[in-house]
Design a protein around this ligand. Structure first.
Ligand SMILES: *[C@@H]1O[C@H](CO)[C@@H](O)[C@H](O)[C@H]1NC(C)=O
Ligand SMILES: *[C@@H]1O[C@H](CO)[C@@H](O)[C@H](O)[C@H]1NC(C)=O
Ligand SMILES: *[C@@H]1O[C@H](CO)[C@@H](O)[C@H](O)[C@H]1NC(C)=O
Length: 403
């Protein structure tokens, strides 16, 4: 397997713990809740910012930060995952979670056992670390407890304790996953009920830059210059963060395949960038004919490492702003290589993997438009390192500003 660790779409997790509590910080808000009527004495909560750490294995994979669970609070580190909607993390009930910090529900006076068990199997790892059978599977037990992030606390929040995980999760430096889907759920819904604006913002940086952060309930305007451009997520997107794109261009050129409309899903919880095979082939054809499928790991592509650094590979993905005007998000050439294949170190893996449809084995349904196979699934790494992003749940839109 190579450098990338695949997490998943719709939930999931792993473990570890820890945590320093971030110092709550007041951030200038772009959108504020309308002042409450005099009869409504509720005060809006101020936004908070929590620092994020970079899970780096030769390339930036995922960003994770600390939350606390229970009373007294126990530290749990999680990936804030825009591709899922629930919270799950390693627990002391999990004999196979010994690499991660484990939450002990017996030590929390506010924990309530829900008693439901379920399993989730992740299926977006194709190619990077191919998911076969139950390679990536978690067994979960439901419950509720107080969950706090950056000092803001939501009581009786739904969560899942991981009671068993397959060995593929051992490598993760974090304990779990906090879903941050396009519908406020879990602790976020709890905070919104308390008056926090229903949006969050991500500043995910390359490891060398550092200072990555998540702002919950606001926008940290110190992290970007210029204006944010907002695009609306489709009405039928469910709780999935996605945008419709009318066309892709590579090095300023497009083709009939790349001009097709597609939904692009933005998922911070996976390290994969996935396109249907025909699209991946069309993109690579505009970069270099020397980029070829790496058959040892189906779905991946590679090229001799000594060729990759000189290849122009600018990928422009067009979207439509709320005012109707087109704008591009651009992946620079520097993102093309994700590093050498472990088993074949003279060959470097390229950014995009081929994947013709998602099929979740583990019981959670996927949005209809995902099942069509005509869509694309994006890990946040390649694109969002270059943009500050605002995930506006209340207005069902995503905002971008170049950093
Ligand atoms: C999480 O908390 C631990 C201490 O419990 C700290 O060492 C670590 O740096 C924190 N991580 C982040 C991303 O803040
Ligand atoms: C959780 O993290 C905070 C901040 O790093 C630290 O002060 C506290 O001791 C940690 N708690 C536990 C139980 O490890
Ligand atoms: C997006 O990029 C393509 C390719 O470089 C270019 O042709 C197009 O004009 C750009 N669109 C906008 C709105 O800048």
């Amino acid at each position: 397997m190579l450098h990338l660790f695949a997490l998943c779409l719709l939930v999931s997790t792993n473990d570890v713990l820890v945590s320093a509590q971030a110092v709550p910080q007041t951030i200038q808000l772009q959108s504020r809740i309308a002042p409450a009527a005099a009869t409504l004495r509720r005060r809006a909560l101020n936004p908070v910012t929590v620092p994020l750490a970079d899970f780096f294995l030769g390339t930036d994979l995922q960003w994770f930060g600390n939350i606390t669970v229970g009373t007294p609070p126990q530290n749990v580190s999680v990936v804030f995952d825009t591709g899922s909607s629930t919270l799950e993390f390693a627990s002391t009930l999990c004999a196979t979670c010994s690499n991660q910090v484990q939450f002990d529900s017996k030590k929390s006076s506010t924990f309530v056992d829900g008693g439901d068990t379920s399993t989730i199997t992740f299926s977006t790892g194709v190619g990077v670390d191919p998911v076969v059978g139950d390679n990536y599977q978690l067994t979960l037990r439901s419950g509720t407890d107080t969950v706090a992030v950056g000092g803001l606390s939501a009581p009786a929040t739904d969560l899942f304790l991981i009671t068993k995980q397959t060995a593929k999760f051992d490598i993760n430096p974090f304990s779990g996953i906090q879903g941050m889907s396009a519908r406020a759920q879990g602790f976020f819904a709890g905070l919104v009920q308390q008056g926090l604006p229903s949006l969050f913002s991500l500043y995910v940086t390359p490891k060398a830059v550092g200072n990555a952060e998540l702002t919950i309930g606001g926008i940290d305007t110190t992290k970007f210059k210029g204006a944010l451009t907002y695009a609306s997520i489709p009405a039928d997107a469910g709780d999935t963060w996605s945008l419709e794109s009318p066309q892709l261009s590579v090095n300023g050129k497009t083709t009939s395949v790349l001009k097709a409309k597609r939904n692009i899903i933005f998922d911070s919880g996976t390290s994969n960038v996935l396109f249907p095979t025909a699209t991946a082939n069309a993109i690579y054809a505009l970069i270099s004919e020397k980029i070829t499928p790496h058959t040892a790991e189906p779905g991946t592509y590679g090229i001799a490492c000594d060729l990759i650094s000189t290849l122009p590979a600018v990928i422009d993905i067009e979207f439509t702003a709320q005012d109707g005007s087109p704008f591009n998000l651009t992946i620079p050439s520097s993102e093309l290589s994700v590093g050498p294949f472990t088993a074949d170190p003279t060959v470097c893996q390229t950014l995009i993997n081929a994947f013709d449809g998602l099929s979740l084995v583990g019981g959670r349904s996927e949005p209809d438009f995902l099942a069509s196979g005509s869509d694309s699934y994006w890990h946040i790494r390649s694109l969002f390192k270059h943009y500050y992003s605002v995930w506006d749940v209340s207005k069902q839109r995503i905002g971008f500003a170049a950093v």
